[in-house]
Structure formats: structure tokens, C-alpha cells
Design a protein around this ligand. Structure first.
Ligand SMILES: Nc1nc2c(ncn2[C@@H]2O[C@H](COP(=O)(O)OP(=O)(O)OP(=O)(O)O)[C@@H](O)[C@H]2O)c(=O)[nH]1
Length: 377
């Protein structure tokens, strides 16, 4: 019971939180997918007034239908152009979500002008509320799903209230659409609510999976997958806003020997001991990433000279904080070697920067380990 309450609290907290950069970047990809889908579906809408004309609809209805279809296509192209700019516009998913829901309401209002029951009993148009909510799952943002669901509930409830209070009682029976009943409308509102809750759970689950695939189980640190996804964005921010970035590649020295001496379990704890020490020197927005067994990357927002000074100070301090194995074996001093590379001087993309840092790490190892190298020999 306590565990399920905790799970629920976690779900709500996560849905209301701002997604991190990786999640937002995946969401921007989802926004582009939605925009492409919308553009494709809008083309199909163009065919509807033409089919209606062939079926003998009134010319005024065909003209209104055609004008609406052209408007929908124009908007779809505008949303597509904006979505192509990826993360540039944080408000875009909210604008497109509002548009999708409001367009559905608008079409229902237009239907209501001809036949009030069409607004309350139409199945096809009403389903677009559910589609608008479902496609928010592709944006990886719980706040967006909650917002679009609440908007759909509110707009549809208002529409129904207006139809029932303004339309004369005898018009609430239609040959084409049947009878408008309050009970059916309450059911429809419940279905919208259920779709909102279901989509929220899908977003929560997707966020958890993305997080798990980008995190290391032993230390909880981001992993190589996270690094490869997150770094291009970090480069872009530095190119646009300025600032310094130094990548440090750190590798524990002779860790095989330490493992042999204290055992694998204590070896794991020694890795966490090292991670805690590095975390202490990190400043805001700097990240430590575990890219391999005993290999780590530190992303530091400072010039390479100060990065070297900070890491070398850490290296020297490791002797003052030996690791105490649980097995009762002798305390172990954990040392590391490091290679540093500055963006963009030593590399303008991930593999070039990692390559420069690795070259310098190998120099540190070759020169006896327990040292940090920031220049090629
Ligand atoms: N306990 C533990 N050991 C690990 C983990 N990942 C890698 N290792 C060990 O780390 C050791 C790395 O050994 P090597 O690559 O030979 O390097 P090294 O002994 O550190 O020597 P140098 O890097 O040359 O200083 C291996 O014995 C791995 O088993 C882990 O998650 N836990």
C-alpha cells in the first residue's frame, strides 16, 4: 500500500516536472513527427469538400468546407516549418496542442450551427480530441499531456453546456445523429479523462525507460549513451551562448590489481568512493559520466587550464581519503590518470574531443599513472 502510494507520488511529481534536455530533445523529434503526420492528414481533409460536392452537397457548404480545408493545410505547413527548428521554440508543443483541440471544437461548433445534435453525437470529429491527447505522448512532456487533456475536457464540456442550454428541446433529436442525451455526454467526458490518464502513464513509462537506458546501474551516473546524445546539444549551446567546455577522460589506475586484492564487491564500492570524490569538485551544470567499467568523462565548464588545476588538486587529495574495504582488508588509495581536451580547439565534435582526451590519457598512463595531462607531448 505504502509502495503504491510512493509510486503514485513519483508519477505525479515526474509528470509535473520539466523534462531534462535529452527528454526535451527526444520530444522535439516527436513534435516533428506529429507535424509531418498533421500535414499528411490535412491533405486528406482537402478531399472531403470535393467528395461532398460530388455527393450533391449545397455549394455554400462546399465553399465553407474548402475554405476550412485550405486553412487547416496552411496551419499544418506553418507548424511543420516551426517543428523543423527542433528545440528552438519551447512553446511550440503547447501551441500545437491548443490548436489541435481548438480546431476539433471549432468543427463541432460549425456542425452545431446546422444541427445541434451533430456537435454532441458526432463520433468521427469528437475522436480527434482523443487523437490530440494521444499524440502528446510523442513529446515526452507530462505537463503537456495534462494541459491538452484538461483543455479538451474544458472545451467539450463548455460546448455541450452551450448546446443543451441554448438549443430548443425539440432540436435535440436528429434524423442523422439520433438523440442528444446528458448521460452520453458525461460518458464522453469520462472517456476523454481516461485517455488523458492513460497517455500520462505512457509518458511516465517512456521517461523512465529513456532514463534507465541513459543511466549506469552501479553509480546512478549518466552513461555513454547519454553522453553521445547530450554532447551535441551542449556544443550547440556553447557555440550560441559562448563559454568554455573541457572534457576530461579519467581512468582508475591498476584497478584489476585492486579488484584482485579486495574482491569484486569491494571493487564496486571503491568505484562509488571515487565517484563521490569527483562529485565533490563539480560545479553547477558540470557532469560526471561513466563510459566504461573504470573509465569516466567529466564535462567541465571552465578553460582547460583551470580544469587541469581542479582535477590535479583532486588527484593529489586522493591519498588523504583511502577507501576502506568492508571485508576488513587494508585501506586502498585509489588513484586515477586523466587526459583533458578543450572544445572546440582540440575537437569540434564528440569523437574528436574524446580522441584528443584519450591520447593524453595514454600519455599519463605511459608516464607512470596517477597524473593528469592537458597537452600532447
Ligand atoms: N569491481 C568492479 N571492477 C570493474 C568494473 N568494471 C571494470 N572493472 C575492472 O576493472 C579492471 C580494469 O583492468 P584493466 O583494463 O586491465 O586496467 P587497470 O588494471 O585499471 O590498469 P591501467 O588502466 O593500465 O592502470 C578489470 O579488472 C575489470 O574487471 C566494475 O563495475 N566493478
Amino acid at each position: 500500500m505504502l509502495a503504491s502510494m510512493q509510486g503514485l507520488k513519483d508519477l505525479v511529481a515526474r509528470l509535473l516536472a520539466r523534462p531534462d534536455e535529452i527528454m526535451l530533445s527526444l520530444g522535439a523529434g516527436g513534435e516533428l513527427l506529429v507535424a509531418r503526420l498533421r500535414a499528411l492528414l490535412s491533405l486528406l481533409i482537402l478531399a472531403m469538400p470535393l467528395i461532398a460536392a460530388l455527393g450533391g452537397a449545397k455549394s455554400s457548404e462546399v465553399v465553407i468546407g474548402l475554405a476550412l480545408a485550405v486553412f487547416v493545410n496552411l496551419m499544418a505547413q506553418i507548424w511543420l516549418a516551426l517543428a523543423r527548428r527542433q528545440l528552438r521554440y519551447g512553446w511550440l508543443p503547447y501551441a500545437t496542442g491548443t490548436y489541435d483541440v481548438s480546431l476539433t471544437t471549432l468543427v463541432l461548433v460549425l456542425l452545431a450551427l446546422g444541427d445541434p445534435v451533430a456537435a454532441t453525437n458526432s463520433i468521427v470529429v469528437w475522436c480527434f480530441y482523443l487523437i490530440a491527447i494521444a499524440i502528446t505522448a510523442l513529446r515526452n512532456d507530462g505537463r503537456l499531456t495534462l494541459y491538452v487533456s484538461a483543455l479538451a475536457l474544458l472545451q467539450y464540456a463548455l460546448l455541450v453546456a452551450v448546446v443543451f442550454s441554448l438549443a430548443p428541446h425539440e432540436t435535440l433529436v436528429s434524423i442523422d445523429y439520433g438523440t442528444a442525451s446528458i448521460a452520453t455526454q458525461v460518458e464522453r467526458l469520462l472517456v476523454i479523462l481516461m485517455m488523458g490518464l492513460l497517455t500520462s502513464v505512457i509518458v511516465y513509462r517512456m521517461q523512465r525507460l529513456v532514463e534507465m537506458s541513459g543511466n549506469d546501474g552501479l553509480t546512478g551516473l549518466p552513461n555513454r549513451a547519454w553522453l553521445l546524445q547530450g554532447m551535441p546539444r551542449m556544443f550547440e549551446t556553447i557555440r550560441n551562448d559562448g563559454g568554455s567546455l573541457t572534457l576530461a577522460l579519467l581512468d582508475l589506475d591498476r584497478f584489476k590489481r585492486i579488484n584482485d586484492e579486495i574482491g569484486h564487491r569491494d571493487g564496486d564500492r571503491a568505484i562509488r568512493h571515487f565517484v563521490a570524490a569527483v562529485n565533490e569538485i563539480l560545479q553547477e551544470k558540470e557532469r560526471l559520466v561513466r563510459i566504461g567499467g573504470q573509465e569516466f568523462v567529466v564535462l567541465m565548464h571552465c578553460p582547460i587550464g583551470s580544469a587541469w588545476e581542479r582535477l590535479d588538486r583532486l588527484r593529489r587529495s586522493m591519498g588523504d581519503r583511502p577507501f576502506l574495504p568492508e571485508s576488513g582488508r587494508d585501506p586502498q588509495v585509489i588513484t586515477f590518470s586523466g587526459g583533458l581536451a578543450a572544445f572546440p580547439v582540440d575537437g569540434g565534435h564528440v569523437s574528436a574531443l574524446l580522441g584528443s582526451a584519450d591520447r593524453r590519457l595514454q600519455l599519463a598512463k605511459r608516464d607512470g599513472r596517477n597524473r593528469v595531462v592537458a597537452r600532447d607531448a
